[in-house]
Write a protein that binds this ligand. Structure first.
Ligand code: ADP
Ligand code: MG
Length: 760
């Protein structure tokens, strides 16, 4: 790979001109190389990538391009070759929707694989993982390499086989869950994966920034804790402002003194803040209050079939796999009068950011990388390369239409859609949540406008629906970012009525409100105007929108609306932009703060990992235990060496894993109580670090001491250590989930701050 770095001249080579020159040379080399047979070409590619011999990256690109033409039937555009080069250099490329990032990722993956690196091509869902792997297969196999995809339904054996391929496409959460499950194995052959040298992340800003702190959790069965019925009941009677307040960003709720007194009286206790109540009753009261005040039915969750089902705010639909941290989940169930489900013992957890940190090299592509430049640099040390469009953008982005009230705005949106519908021009409406999308669809249906609402629960179905959004007369109402990665072609997926759709002005995109980040606005706009198509986008904003209210807090402006409630002023426009910049700043700050907590856990996890690997791959467990307890070792002398080694390994790993799980639980508690202390203005992060470091040292020591005790007492015979009989069974059932913890979520769904802020 060295040759590539050198050829590109390292850092300074990052300028576009230099790689443009390489692409030009690649094009020049194409004619001659094009004479070679398939076998000769594949061999040439292997020669070019062999070792660190100085070879010509231009030739390499040319070979990839010719192979693409022969296998996939399309010729890469120059911009795609250039983007491929950037990915091979480890950048995040900024490349607009519809510019063909799938091919860029495929060429880069193939390139890395040719250099002998194992590649994980990371997607946002199952459907895309499968689609892209299959699409790319002919190119990969042309070079004698292998490719597979990971999907949710696969069992361990199928996964193991898939991960053995040179290039593995997989949804980020499945890959993360596999990492977590592999951290519980007791012998190496149970592992399904073994990491990879390179991660190529599609929709990179979504995975690396928006979802970065979403924790993937592995849990084993164990009963949970919920606020008691009495506490739930008392909290239900509390009145906002008098008994509790909600902070401006809607992430935390606090009891007032009045509220605290009311609760204390009802529960018959002297003070919630007494030592005996702080870690128990107060925590439960806070959980109940969080559920009561911040989590709103039909916005943050729905109740269906007697169960609480979370709504994934970033996607705006039911998130089957998600649940809140146990206490919150139970509190919401109690609030709704449902059966409180068993919690799980958290065995391990991993944020997507920590997952990405496991790859020696990360690169990726997205239509909105530039806007995430700060985050990508700060959190991953990644640079952004902007790739020009293949064809000039013909989309018209209208200035925001700003209204005084949400009602005025809603009326205007409906009128605008109705007017567009008259012309037959396709319309795609981006809303922020399920409730909003349904309310809008209802209003449109009342006017006799047929509307397709996107709340399909299945990625493939969702992709099919969104693919048709460019058809004549179609009105599609979607929630945030639904169907990311799907190609919206004018005139329908088959482009049958393309000419007519073009004549009408292409797909009209309407945003029902600015997002908390301009990146998400741009993602929505990017759904139209692909590959030089005509199109337009406009956002409707009201001064009552969350972004404006929370971003504009403390500012005093008077705007004069016209009779329709519209505020047509440059000043108002600037104010809205300002509000969004404020919310963007808040998100960045939350991310940075939260990562400081998670980073420490992640570092500790790495140490545990190393220890686990040593125990798994060497006879160290047996050596350590027999050194500590030679008499016991002598008693086992009759047994075969591999049996006692595995027995020792099982014992050591049991206590190590249990210790880690306890450590995570303890850190949860610490962070909860630290939140309470933060009110008293101590410095929570330092305090947290101090405790976490001290406790981690204890963990390591205790895990060994307990293992020695078990080694001395447990029955060990020809079939190994009988840990189950000693009450030291590993959880028989495990399951995985993602915690609804997205900071981009609308207020209330984020548990990053506040009492619900636990590490999961
Ligand atoms: P993106 O992920 O950048 O939004 P896609 O990878 O989904 O874009 O590609 C959009 C469309 O463009 C697809 O239909 C794809 O087949 C097509 N496409 C990509 N590259 C080329 C090319 N070089 N020549 C012709 N069509 C292409
Ligand atoms: Mg794509």
């Amino acid at each position: 790979m060295d040759w590539l770095w050198k050829a590109l001249g390292g850092k300074s080579g990052r300028n576009q001109k230099r790689s443009q020159a390489i692409v030009d040379r690649a094009q020049a080399a194409t004619d001659e190389l094009g004479q070679l047979s398939d076998a000769e070409l594949a061999q040439r590619a292997r020669d070019v990538t062999a070792g660190s011999a100085l070879q010509d990256p231009a030739e390499f690109l040319a070979i990839l391009g010719i192979a693409t033409k022969r296998t996939l039937g399309i010729e890469p555009f120059a911009v795609q070759s250039q983007a491929t080069l950037r990915l091979l250099e480890g950048d995040v490329v900024h490349m607009a929707t519809g510019e063909g990032k799938t091919l860029v990722g495929a060429m880069a993956a193939t390139g890395y694989a040719l250099m002998g690196k194992s590649v994980h091509a990371i997607t946002v869902n199952d459907y895309l993982a499968h689609r892209d792997a299959e699409w790319n297969r002919p190119l990969v196999e042309f070079f004698g390499l292998t490719v597979a995809s990971i999907t949710e339904a696969m069992d361990a054996t199928a996964r193991r086989e898939a991960y053995a391929c040179d290039i593995v496409y997989g949804p980020v959460n499945e890959i993360g869950f596999d990492v977590l499950r592999d951290q519980l194995i007791t012998s190496r052959d149970q592992a399904v994966q073994h990491g990879a040298d390179v991660a190529i992340v599609d929709e990179a800003d979504s995975v690396l920034v928006d979802e970065a702190l979403v924790p993937l959790v592995l849990a084993g069965a164990e009963p949970g804790t919920a606020p008691t019925g009495q506490i739930t009941q008392v909290v239900r009677t509390l009145v906002e402002k008098r008994d509790f307040t909600i902070d401006s960003d809607g992430r935390n709720a606090f009891l007032t003194d009045d509220g605290a007194h009311r609760v204390e009286k009802a529960l018959g206790i002297a003070s919630l803040f007494d030592d005996e109540h702080v870690g128990t009753t107060l925590v439960q009261v806070n959980l109940a209050l969080h559920a009561r005040a911040l989590l709103i039915r039909d916005v943050h969750y729905i109740v269906r079939d007697g169960k609480v089902q979370l709504i994934d705010a970033s996607k705006g639909r039911v998130a089957d796999l998600q649940r809140w941290p146990d206490g919150i989940q139970a509190a919401v169930e109690a609030k709704e009068g449902l059966v409180v489900t068993d919690g799980g013992r958290i065995l391990d957890s991993l944020t997507l950011q920590a997952l990405m940190g496991r790859y020696p090299l990360v690169c990726g592509m997205t239509g909105t990388a530039v806007e995430a430049t700060d985050q990508l640099r700060q959190f991953y040390g990644l640079r952004v390369s902007v790739i020009e469009r293949n064809r000039e953008l013909r989309r018209f982005d209208e200035a925001d239409r700003i209204y005084a009230t949400a009602e005025d705005k809603q009326r205007a949106i409906v009128a605008e859609i109705a007017a567009l519908r008259e012309t037959g021009r396709p319309v795609l409406v981006g809303t922020h949540d399920v409730a909003e999308s349904e309310a809008l669809a209802d209003a449109l249906t009342e006017l006799g406008i047929e509307t397709t609402v996107l709340n399909a629960k299945n990625d493939a179905e969702e992709a099919r629906i969104i693919a048709e959004a460019g058809d004549i007369g179609r009105v599609t109402v979607s929630t945030q970012m639904a169907g990311r990665g799907t190609d919206i072609r004018l005139g329908g997926a088959d482009e049958a009525d393309r000419d007519q759709a073009v004549a009408l002005g292409g797909l009209a995109v309407i945003g029902t409100g600015r997002h908390k980040s301009s990146r998400l606005d741009n993602q929505l706009r990017g759904r139209t105007g692909r590959q030089g198509d005509p199109g337009s986008s406009v956002f409707f904003v009201s001064l009552e929108d969350d972004v404006v209210v929370s971003g504009g807090e403390g500012e005093n402006h008077t705007f004069t609306p016209d009779a329709s409630g519209r505020i047509d002023s440059k000043r108002a426009q600037q104010f809205v932009d300002h509000c969004q910049r404020v919310t963007e700043g808040q998100l960045l700050e939350i991310h940075a703060q939260t990562w400081k907590y998670n980073k420490l856990i992640s570092d500790q996890r790495t140490i545990i990992d190393e220890r686990r690997s040593a125990l798994l791959d060497t006879p160290r467990a047996w050596e350590e235990l027999s050194a500590r307890s030679p008499e016991r070792a002598a008693q086992l002398a009759e047994l075969p060496q591999h049996v006692v080694e595995q027995a020792a390994r099982d014992i050591m790993l049991y206590h190590l894993d249990r210790g880690w799980s306890d450590h995570l639980a303890l850190l949860d508690d610490v962070r909860e109580s630290i939140h309470l202390r933060a009110i008293a203005r101590e410095t929570p992060l330092d305090e947290f670090h101090r405790i976490a470091v001290t406790e981690f040292k204890t963990l390591a020591q205790e895990a060994v001491d307990q293992a020695v005790a078990t080694f001395e007492s447990v029955l060990i015979d020809g079939s190994g250590a009988h840990l189950d009989d000693a009450g030291l069974a590993r959880p028989s059932a495990t399951w995985t989930y993602m915690v609804g913890d997205n900071p981009l979520a609308e207020s209330g769904n984020s548990l990053i701050n506040g009492i619900g802020a636990m590490f999961r």
